[in-house]
Design a protein around this ligand. Structure first.
Ligand code: CTP
Length: 405
């Protein structure tokens, strides 16, 4: 399948400082390698007391560096040579001591010296006791690190190894992963407000039954995640989906088309881009029964009424104004391009992704998609089979081009 992972062949330095969360990042090494990255581990002396370098050497497949100078390899000065090769430096866990060291620009251990010598993005994942984390000194140090352009992956809340409750747990991998991807992605949606809709809608018939469809929400969630990676502020309005809330995204969960319409129309004025990837039910039961419908041995006829077409309403409201830029999806089973052109025109869209729902590799429930894009200038682009994430990222590329025009 075409479309390479962003981390393929990237060199990531993982700097580990001396906190108990050091054991958690052993698993991050495997995850990074599975994404295609090469991982070079460097450790502070204290870190090696929590987890042995041998563990990280085995997981990374490379020698682990601990000291500023290697007596067995005097030709190589690790903090210079490793920094020059790195695409990104990830400090995890970052203890209060390491954060203070980095904030004051000290170079008295290998991870800190590397950060000073580097020219690649730096990501810091704090983990410590909650009082230490909340202390004004640590907060001031973190603020200072932000001014250096480092990304801080906020720690999670919960019970800590030191038997206290509060912020200080090493962030979950999904947060660190998104920070890494964002650091390596062109921020061409920075300062843009983006709204994405996802998933099916459920149209209630009675307290236990509804009319729905097989949308999993994957395409919409992938669009939300990839927009965030490009720097956008993202709101995701989703119908019922089993997918968890993605990191750093404002997720609004709704059930019916009318609820989706209310949430979207309330926010549309503030947005730069709206992408409607949701499989909105075109119809809902004309009547809702407050009690459970009982069988009467004579079959059952249900009257349906049409739902509001949210995207069409957005297109009508937009008129001739350039923003918000409107992107739609068209689920088609035949006469794709003509149907697509009709929807683009009738809904006043800037970009439309046409899905062949008869294909086994595209559409509902699968990880891949194959779309054709139509834009407001009449251009047509056939996109090869890609993962939904790569498809989503490509849509944002085209959106960024349209925004730049
Ligand atoms: N859409 C919407 N509100 C609806 C129905 C659809 O906002 N009530 C949006 C979808 O999110 C999608 C686009 O309109 O972005 C096209 O949806 P699709 O189901 O392909 O087309 P319809 O306009 O419903 O037309 P038809 O089902 O007749 O093909």
């Amino acid at each position: 399948m075409p479309g390479g992972n962003l981390l393929t062949d990237k060199k990531i330095i993982l700097g580990i400082s001396g906190g108990i969360a050091a054991y958690k990042v052993a698993d991050w090494v495997r995850k990074l390698r599975r994404e295609g990255a090469g991982v070079q581990v460097v450790m502070t002396g204290d870190a090696t007391r929590f987890v042995t370098p041998l563990t990280f050497a085995a997981l990374s497949g490379r020698k682990v560096y601990e000291g500023m100078f290697d007596p067995n390899d005097v030709e190589r000065i690790p903090h210079i040579s490793l920094a020059a090769e790195a695409d990104l430096i990830l400090i995890a866990p970052a203890t209060a001591q390491t954060i203070a060291r980095l904030a004051s620009g000290m170079a008295d251990d290998l991870p800190a010296a590397l950060v000073l010598a580097h020219q690649s993005p730096v990501i810091i994942c704090p983990a410590m006791n909650c009082n230490m984390y909340l202390h004004p000194a640590t907060q001031a140090n973190l603020d200072r690190l932000k001014t250096y352009g480092y990304r801080i992956v906020e720690p999670g809340r919960g019970s800590l190894a030191c038997d206290t409750e509060g912020p200080g747990r090493l962030a979950d991998w999904s947060y660190a992963k998104e920070a890494i991807y964002a650091a390596l992605t062109k921020q061409n949606l920075a300062d843009r407000k983006v709204l994405v809709t996802a998933g099916p809608t459920h149209e209630p018939l009675d307290p236990v039954r509804y009319l729905g469809n097989r949308s999993s929400g994957r395409m919409g969630f992938a669009l939300a995640v990839t927009a965030r990676r490009r720097g956008a502020e993202v709101t995701l309005v989703t119908g019922p989906s089993e997918l968890p809330d993605p990191p750093e995204i404002n997720v609004i969960r709704i059930s019916s088309a009318e609820e989706m319409a209310a949430e979207v129309l309330e926010r549309c004025q503030d947005m730069d881009v709206i992408v409607k990837a949701a499989a909105v039910s075109d119809f809902r039961p004309a009547e809702y029964s407050a009690g459970k419908l009982k069988k009467a041995g004579a079959g059952f006829t249900m009257n349906l009424t049409e739902n509001p077409d949210i995207l069409k309403t957005l297109g009508e409201r937009k008129g001739k104004s350039p923003l918000p830029l409107l992107v739609g999806f068209a689920a088609e089973s035949g006469d794709f391009i003509n149907e697509g052109r009709r929807k683009l025109r009738e809904k006043n869209l800037d970009l439309l992704a046409i899905n062949d729902i008869t294909s086994k590799e595209a559409g509902f429930g699968v990880e891949t998609n194959r779309i054709t894009l139509l834009n407001r200038h009449g251009d047509q682009e056939k996109i090869p089979l890609l993962s939904k994430e790569d498809t989503a990222d490509l849509i944002w590329k085209r959106v960024a081009d349209l925004l730049a025009q």
